[in-house]
Design a protein around this ligand. Structure first.
Ligand SMILES: [Zn+2]
Ligand SMILES: [Zn+2]
Length: 86
């Protein structure tokens, strides 16, 4: 069970397929209690935006570490950017 599930997610920016994803894992504790969870695969190269749930590559978003797509990042962190910069 080493192969990750193929979810076929598509990046909204470049329309390209994403790699990696989420896998279910099952385990059993010492006392016999089953554990079921979801983990991300090491080769995952995309985020699912926390706000709008769209899929975006790390490389296609400006702030992949925050878990937001660019439009949502702008909404959350850059309210009313007024004027022209530089
Ligand atoms: Zn992309
Ligand atoms: Zn978003």
């Amino acid at each position: 069970m080493d192969t990750p599930q193929e979810l076929g997610e598509v990046c909204y920016v470049c329309k390209g397929r994403t790699r990696g994803g989420f896998v279910n894992f099952e385990s059993v504790m010492k006392d016999g209690t089953p554990i079921i969870g979801i983990d991300t695969t090491p080769d995952r190269d995309f985020n699912v935006c926390d706000l709008c749930n769209i899929v975006v590559h790390f490389r296609c978003s400006m702030h992949p570490d925050l878990g937001y797509c660019d439009p949502c990042y702008a909404k959350v962190y850059e309210p009313k950017a007024t004027g022209s910069s530089s």
